[in-house]
Design a binder for this molecule. Structure first.
Ligand code: NDP
Length: 330
């Protein structure tokens, strides 16, 4: 029974040596407990923040303790009346092959409704983040221009597709030509830009958004966002979802002063954490599942196989090796 611990706090970009694998015995279920077998593990950029010893909206991981993330697990032993062996659940669980667990915080998932992995992506936290961040903060209106950074990732691919369903002109910014083609051809983005190849990102954004930007869904922050901000229309909304380009910085990054842009364009910039919208999870999940069932929304996943691959899959997020949701199948 392997467990992956935080071995040391990453300095800058995380490395494999920041993690350590140990082997323990498979636990038995105590009274009211379940034994869970890990089936699919979500690796997410926000876990990087939890590896720092810093105050945030979630407490930091402790050294020599298991990392936790969203996991789909199978019940292999149950001492709880509501759960049977063979049930599947989703929850914030430890990076362990097997673990015992009280049922608090677990949600049932049904593999006959959608694939198990989709409960970590389009029907899970990243799908909800995309849908609720966009509709509650970005508030796009039919005919407006929506631009999304990190467009080829888990959140970004859903933001763009939902933007199209809401009738927007959608432009994506991503890190490879392959993802550019995917966004245009498979997800019907109106335009997509490879930020690694665009020497003049500002001009590329201006060309892709001839009517300016009404809504910016920001997954990456940093220089990409600086370039988008110059193209805002009056009363633009900026939903600050993530800032992956800055998560590995060791100094406080500096950039252009944005206040004059925010002021003159009367733009609204708001950060959010998906748990802010927990009251809307049920209705949002229903909408996403309906679109998925109707074929209006496509789930995109990069699935890596093997428990031992979890740390590498996490590191690969910072290299853009995933398209859509990065998931490890155990
Ligand atoms: P992704 O699936 O988008 O994976 C990360 C992607 O980020 C990579 O594939 C890569 O794509 C891109 N990337 C990596 N490094 C950089 C960089 N230096 N500059 C620009 N892009 C980079 O992850 P998620 O969809 O899970 O998350 C997207 C963002 O949303 C993250 O910032 C995350 O922290 C945030 N988030 C926020 C939530 C909230 O509640 N506010 C909830 C969930 C996620 P590419 O090839 O394009 O470079």
């Amino acid at each position: 029974n392997k467990t992956i611990l935080l071995n040391k706090r990453p300095q800058g970009k995380p490395e494999l040596s920041d993690f350590k694998t140990i082997t323990e015995t498979i636990p038995a279920a105590g009274a009211g407990e379940l034994v869970l077998k890990t089936r699919y593990v979500s690796v997410d950029p926000y876990l990087r923040g939890r590896m720092n010893d810093a105050r945030s909206y979630v407490p930091p991981f402790q050294l020599n303790e298991p990392i936790q993330s969203g996991i789909i697990a199978e019940v292999v032993e149950s001492k709880h009346a509501d759960y049977q062996t063979g049930d599947f659940v989703s929850g914030m669980l430890a990076w362990k092959e097997y673990q015992n667990f009280f049922c608090k915080g677990l949600q049932r998932v049904d593999p006959s409704v959608a694939s198990l992995s989709s409960y970590l992506g389009v029907l899970g936290m990243t799908g909800l983040t995309a849908y609720l961040g966009l509709t509650e903060i970005g508030k796009p209106v039919e005919g407006e221009t929506l631009i999304v950074s990190g467009a080829g990732g888990a959140v970004g691919t859903v933001v763009g597709q939902v933007g199209k369903l809401l009738g927007c002109r959608v432009v994506g910014i991503t890190g490879s030509d392959e993802k550019v083609h995917l966004l245009r051809d498979r997800f019907s983005f109106d335009e997509a830009i490879n930020y690694k190849k665009s020497l003049h990102l500002k001009q590329a954004i201006r060309a892709a958004c001839p009517d300016g930007v009404d809504c910016y869904f920001d997954n990456v922050g940093g220089e990409i966002s600086d370039a988008v901000m110059t193209q805002l229309n009056t009363f633009a909304r900026i939903a600050v979802c993530g800032a992956i380009s800055l998560y590995n910085e060791t100094e406080v990054p500096t950039g252009p002063r944005l206040q004059p842009i925010i002021l003159t364009r009367r733009a609204t910039m708001q950060g959010f954490i998906i748990s802010d919208f927990s009251k809307q999870f049920a209705s949002a999940s229903k909408q996403l599942a309906t679109w998925l069932g109707e074929g209006k929304l496509t789930a995109t996943e990069t699935i890596v196989e093997g428990f031992d691959q979890i740390p590498q899959a996490f590191l690969d997020l910072f290299e853009g090796k995933n398209t859509g949701k990065m998931i490890v199948k155990v």
